[in-house]
Ligand binder design. Structure first.
Ligand code: GLA
Length: 386
């Protein structure tokens, strides 16, 4: 739930802009499996969560965007069509306006008030939530019907080309297409998805390690480059491949000598992780608890040892959640881009509180860091709230 009620947000908007606004909402996300597979045109299985960004919006009579951020406590004004970056929070909303216009949408000037409770730096896609909520609001205010796939792509384009972060499509897509109680099995090449119902009575506990290692951005881009190198080298023997999505485990083993040991391990993570996405979707639907746990554990190991995007704090968190065979924990793994951020634990609802109470002190004893641990529910994708 958002901390501020919809009515309270509308009051704040009226007090600031002297007019009534409509409230739009777009969620953050937690990824259950399929890490770094999105930019390899593979598969992911994220869920939208009940932490969200909300934007109150009303049209203006001129071509200005007046954007107020509640969390930063600052207001930014620009003209529609302005493409000047300021390397701060306003690049996200401005980038989305720029990207939608490039995509052919005629927009109107608007007053916007942004309020989000998706924690920043926790690996829960706070930036995708802002982009999608703002994009939804700008389209609606200008009288356009919202095409969710096109909106997700425009938001990703804004992040890639305006903000300058080379993310894949997963975060923006699930923020647009999430479904309550379910995860979204997304094919990142076809951009089609299937809704995967989560087992009843199971909760997602998100454990923010509160660390974000310096190499986070650089590490992400290095992994992308390493995957691209893998494709280039493998293409000498497999001319039809376009991305690691097209490489089978057999292909990889057969042509292993084309790769350095490091690039081989990077490729092995992507190829095996793609297969695990499908297997976890099936295990969730079959409520096969043993398979769910095994797949999440395998995924974590693959990210730790082959893709090398985990860190000691994430490993401690996952270990504490799964050690001693707690029968109420289905599985745990790190989630998101890596090098810090959060782990996700699937746990029986009735035992989520007990798990939180155990994990907090145990993690603090092991690392000296106070974690933020919260239970989340799978939520619907972006929409209007009022
Ligand atoms: C970040 C990116 C996503 C995806 C994940 C890793 O969240 O924004 O596109 O690549 O990392 O799975």
């Amino acid at each position: 739930m958002n901390d501020t009620s919809t009515i309270d947000l509308q009051h704040r908007f009226r007090a600031r802009f002297g007019t009534d606004g409509t409230v739009f909402r777009a969620p953050g996300r937690v990824n259950l499996i399929g890490e770094h597979t999105d930019y390899n045109e593979g598969f992911v299985l994220p869920a939208a969560i009940d932490l969200a960004c909300r934007v109150v919006a009303a049209p203006r009579d001129d071509d200005r965007l007046v954007i107020h951020s509640e969390s930063v406590g600052a207001t930014f004004t620009a003209r529609l069509g302005d493409a000047a970056r300021s390397r701060q929070w306003s690049d996200y909303p401005l980038g989305v306006a720029w990207s939608l216009q490039r995509d052919g949408y005629a927009l109107r000037g608007a007053d916007l008030l942004i309020d989000s409770n998706v924690p920043i730096g926790a690996g829960l896609s706070s930036s995708a939530a802002i982009e999608v909520a703002v994009g939804y609001a700008l389209l609606d205010v200008a009288g356009h019907a919202v095409d969710r796939k096109r909106l997700a792509l425009a938001c990703q384009f804004a992040e890639n080309e305006f903000v300058g972060a080379r993310c894949g499509i997963m975060d923006q897509y699930v923020s647009c297409h999430g479904a309550a109680g379910s995860a979204v099995l997304l094919d990142c090449r076809a951009l089609t998805h299937r809704i995967v119902r989560l087992p009843d009575g199971v909760e997602m506990v998100i454990c923010n390690t509160m660390v974000k290692h310096e190499i986070s951005t650089g590490g992400y881009n290095t992994r992308r480059a390493e995957c691209e190198e893998g494709v280039r080298k493998l293409a000498a023997a497999l001319p039809d491949i376009r991305s690691l999505r097209d490489v089978t485990r057999d292909d990889l083993e057969r042509h292993r000598d084309l790769l350095t040991p490091l690039i081989y391990r990077r490729c092995r993570h992507i190829v095996t992780e793609n297969a695990r996405v499908h297997r976890l979707a099936a295990a969730l639907e079959a409520r096969d608890r043993a398979a769910i746990g095994a797949l999440m554990a395998e995924s974590h190991r693959s990210m730790r040892d082959d893709f090398e995007i985990s860190c000691p704090e994430l490993d401690v968190m996952v270990d504490l959640a799964t050690r001693d065979g707690n029968p109420h924990v289905l599985g745990a793994r790190m989630t998101g881009g890596g090098f810090g951020g959060s782990a996700v634990v699937l746990v029986d609802e009735a035992h989520a509180d007990a798990l939180r109470q155990h994990l907090g002190p145990a993690y603090q004893a092991a690392t000296g860091i106070a974690a933020e641990i919260r239970a989340c529910h799978a939520a619907d994708g972006a929409g209007r709230e009022s």
